[in-house]
Write a protein that binds this ligand. Structure first.
Ligand SMILES: Nc1ncnc2c1ncn2[C@@H]1O[C@H](COP(=O)(O)OP(=O)(O)OP(=O)(O)O)[C@@H](O)[C@H]1O
Length: 284
């Protein structure tokens, strides 16, 4: 086993191990101009969280509460104003270069709109093989081909051979989101940051997609951050829920407790506005 815990397969790490930790993260953006001064806008206000292998952590809150900003900080797509990230207990500093690529191999993010995140001019085979090569997991063309097929099977796009030669526009929204997951898995990550993975999909396929995510959590032992405004799915698919309001985490705990018995007035209001907050599901 490698002595670098970030470089080993997630499956080799005991479930429940903290992989990624955010401590006291703050993010300020430049806000609207007021006279000669520009106001500061605090999108994330002293947020701490831990992501553990084989566990799903839900980050819920209404639009503008800071969920995506927090996800982008965890993916190192943007730099926080304050606080720190720790990977396997080691502070992260590099935002470019080899160390940054190593970080992105360990921590992958998928976005809400799978169509916007896939280049329309490339076939699926190119998308997956490129990701495999960038992260150093394919040594030659045959190897890349075999692994690309295996990734398609993992995200339940079968027969896999049929999908390799397609372009994104030839796929449905659900299939494109599965390709986004496959591309993320090509990095062999330990952490998956899933930003609103089903909100742009037809309601009839949302459950299938969340079941797939749950499956990947188990089979790949992934630490998953599930960013959503849907409390019902957070209750059904996550172990822990953090509720964000105006950039702050106002309530956190086991998802069943937070959602069945919310203590904070904001969580109670969110629940009152949710269509079916009591949906339950027994997890494997
Ligand atoms: N690049 C940016 N520059 C300025 N303000 C930003 C930027 N990105 C986000 N914000 C602001 O930060 C706040 C939090 O935004 P964020 O996208 O994190 O919220 P969210 O909870 O993910 O919402 P949604 O569910 O709509 O994506 C919002 O007020 C948003 O306008």
């Amino acid at each position: 086993m490698s002595d670098n815990p970030a470089a080993i397969a997630a499956a080799e790490i005991p479930p429940g191990t903290v992989v990624l930790e955010a401590r006291d993260i703050v993010k300020d953006f430049r806000g609207k101009r007021e006279g000669l001064r520009r106001k500061r806008m605090r999108a994330v206000d002293h947020v701490s969280l831990q992501l553990r292998t084989g566990r799903v952590t839900a980050l819920v809150g209404q639009s503008g509460s800071g969920k995506s900003t927090m996800g982008r900080i965890l993916a190192q797509l943007i730099v926080p104003t304050g606080g720190e990230l720790l990977l396997h207990g080691e502070p992260i500093a590099a935002t470019r270069g080899r160390k940054y690529i190593n970080y992105t191999s360990t921590v992958q993010m998928t976005l809400q709109d799978p169509f916007a995140s896939l280049n329309p001019v490339h076939r699926i085979s190119y998308v997956l093989k490129r990701a495999l090569r960038i992260h150093g997991h394919a040594t030659n063309e045959d190897d890349a081909q075999e692994q690309a097929l295996e990734l398609l099977r993992k995200v339940e796009l079968t027969p896999a051979e049929r999908y390799l030669h397609r372009f994104p526009h030839e796929l449905s929204g659900g299939e494109r989101q599965r390709i986004s997951f496959a591309r993320a898995l090509a990095a062999q990550p330990q952490v998956l940051l899933a930003d609103e993975p089903v909100s742009m999909l037809d309601v009839t396929i949302r459950k299938e997609m969340l079941d797939l995510l749950d499956n990947l959590r188990r089979t790949e032992n992934l630490a998953i951050l599930y960013i959503t405004h849907d409390l019902g799915s957070a209750r059904a698919y996550s172990d822990e829920t953090l509720v964000m309001y105006h950039g702050q985490v106002v309530e956190r705990g086991p998802s069943a407790e937070v959602i069945d018995n919310p203590q904070h007035e904001y969580t109670q209001r969110l629940l009152a506005a949710a269509p079916d907050p009591s949906r339950r599901r027994h997890r494997a």
